[in-house]
Design a protein around this ligand. Sequence first.
Ligand SMILES: [Zn+2]
Ligand SMILES: [Zn+2]
Length: 252
Amino acid sequence: MSFKQFESIFYPAFDFYGLTDWTLEKMPKNVNIKRKSKKSTLANEWFFKSHNGQSIFHCPKCAQQTKENDEPVWSSVYTTILFRARYSEEKDKDGVMWGSGRIQMNIFEQGCQTCGTYSTGHFDEDGICFALYWLHIWILKTFYSVEIYDDNDHDRPQNGVLSRGPHNTHLCKACQSGWCKIPIDTTSNETAKLFDATLTQYVGWYINKQLGGIKASLSRFLAIDPNCASSRILAAAIGLFSMSRPSTLAHV
Ligand SMILES: [Zn+2]
Ligand SMILES: [Zn+2]
């Protein structure tokens, strides 16, 4: 489990995004994550979001049986992370409202195509940044009514390398739970290559739609790095907008 890696990037990233009220933790094992049961209601106040990204898997069982030059490693762009989030506010003894947001995450395991042993994929830093980028877009939409673009349409897997064949839905726990974003009508990994736009393009869209009037110099910074750095700068940009507080959502 690469939770520690996520955690170490989460806090600096969410600081940059201006979302300093939020904490990240592992999702407890007893949470029912079958998608059917996961319609968010005001009663439980948890909202769910899944993200598919690329990670590398390493089968511990096959590793014991193979030679060094035949590593039991594969990658999947349909490695699914399930996040759930909740925001609450409490009054302190002086009557001041304090808000705090909790995010929990779970990375779905996949089974080895040779022996069926399940393991968790490991994301690289770019993959983690990308996941956290989409997480914060969703947090802004869900809890602050700030919609930059629809994460349901645009949060898709990036092109994969090192693939070991088509995505096997029978060996993917996310598929079995209903959260994997593999298109239902195809089992080909070609679909992974249909990732239709780069983050750079999103950034361009963002500037056009949201930042038209704001300092032109921002776009120069945004062009520097299509991955993590620019999304962090985006976060700073988002901080320029005033946000409605989550309580307005919670009481609807
Ligand atoms: Zn194996
Ligand atoms: Zn799947």
